[in-house]
Design a protein around this ligand. Structure first.
Ligand code: SAH
Length: 336
């Protein structure tokens, strides 16, 4: 906090950057093999794209992506990070003999002065829970608009949010139903609070009742910060007769510029990542039959007070001919 650079920044921003000071969070990200290996393959297997290029690593952390870029033949890499981890990154780059190829700058991407007016490629790992929570995509878009040459490349360049309905009665009882009877007392005021907080957790594939549906694709070459506030209709096709207690969301990430496009997913059908999935419990339990649809709208916008928090709203309707099972509603969530 004694850092001059943190002066004038609001509390939530200071808290955000401080959370990246400690090596533990970087350990978690580096050990996420799906994440880090996808970036490694996307960069190192595409030397024809990186050779002799000027590369900008937005939010470089421990400089892992910067070092991949040097391995891929980049002429020079600039890494920018606000957190103090960058001091360690400088040592890491030094012990790996890459100091002449990588320039590391501590500061906010939006404020630092780069040693090059333009860059050929931007690399960044900016994704948060539910893709957009605490996300620094705004920062990547800022860097794109200010520094990327026309026809420059962005790694990764595509992100897609998916949704599905899940059966999760047992856990919902444990997390939400718990407040109905706490040592004989009615704790329902806390039940509302519990419902409005999405849960970041791993979901077993066998809990998934509907087909996964892509709801939003962001093209990083063209999207703007305005696209990060949206209301999008979705349709979930029910695969089997079951109950639906919650809707989950996850994202896939694409590096389409690669010679052989590289993609990784953070969904329930594939290997664990530290992003897990995000679970939005519904107020009702939907009783669904195979072939029926859950239709709804996913709304998301950055919170007015703290842009890194999200206000999410899910409206839903079970489309069925059975009047006994008809259900519709909406829930508002806050990710903070
Ligand atoms: N690239 C590293 C770290 C990714 S985590 C890796 O892949 O392992 C994201 C990093 O971006 C954090 O270290 C955070 O401090 C930094 N960051 C986020 N927003 C930033 C901004 N506006 N300016 C500078 N650094 C930022």
């Amino acid at each position: 906090m004694a850092d001059e650079r943190l002066k004038g920044m609001d509390h939530s921003e200071v808290h955000y950057f401080n959370s990246y000071n400690h090596h533990g969070i970087h350990e978690e990200m580096l050990k996420d093999e799906v994440r880090t290996r996808s970036y490694m393959n996307a960069i190192v297997q595409n030397k024809h794209l990186f050779k002799d290029k000027i590369v900008l690593d937005v939010g470089c952390g421990t400089a892992i992506l910067s070092m991949f870029a040097v391995k891929a033949g980049a002429k020079h890499v600039i890494g920018v990070d606000m957190s103090t981890i960058i001091e360690k990154a400088k040592e890491i780059v030094e012990v790996n003999g890459m100091s002449d190829k990588i320039t590391l700058l501590q500061g906010k991407m939006e404020e630092v002065e780069l040693p090059f007016p333009k860059v050929d490629i931007i690399i960044s790992e900016w994704m948060g829970y539910f893709l957009l929570y605490e996300s620094m995509l705004d920062t990547v878009l800022y860097a794109r608009d200010k520094y990327l040459v026309p026809n420059g490349l962005i790694f990764p360049d595509k992100a897609t949010i998916f949704m599905a309905g899940i059966e999760d009665g047992e856990y919902k009882d444990e997390k939400i139903g718990f407040w109905d009877n706490v040592y004989g007392f009615d704790y329902s005021p806390l039940k509302q609070t519990a419902l409005t907080e999405p849960l970041v957790d791993t979901v077993e594939i066998k809990a998934v009742v509907t087909d996964p549906t892509a709801v939003l694709t962001l093209d990083l070459y063209t999207c703007t910060t305005a696209d990060l506030a949206f209301a999008i209709p979705f349709t979930l096709d029910c695969r089997r007769d079951d109950f639906v207690h919650a809707i989950i969301a996850w994202f896939d990430i694409d590096f389409t510029a690669c010679h052989k496009p590289i993609r990784f997913s953070t969904g329930p059908h594939t290997k664990y990542t530290h992003w897990k999935q995000t679970v939005f419990y519904l107020r009702d339990v939907l009783t669904v039959q195979q072939g029926e649809q859950i239709r709804g709208v996913l709304e998301n916008k950055p919170n007015d007070k703290n842009r890194r928090d999200l206000d999410v709203k899910i409206s839903y309707q079970l489309v069925t001919d059975d009047s006994m099972r008809q259900a519709e509603g909406s829930c508002e969530y806050k990710m903070c």
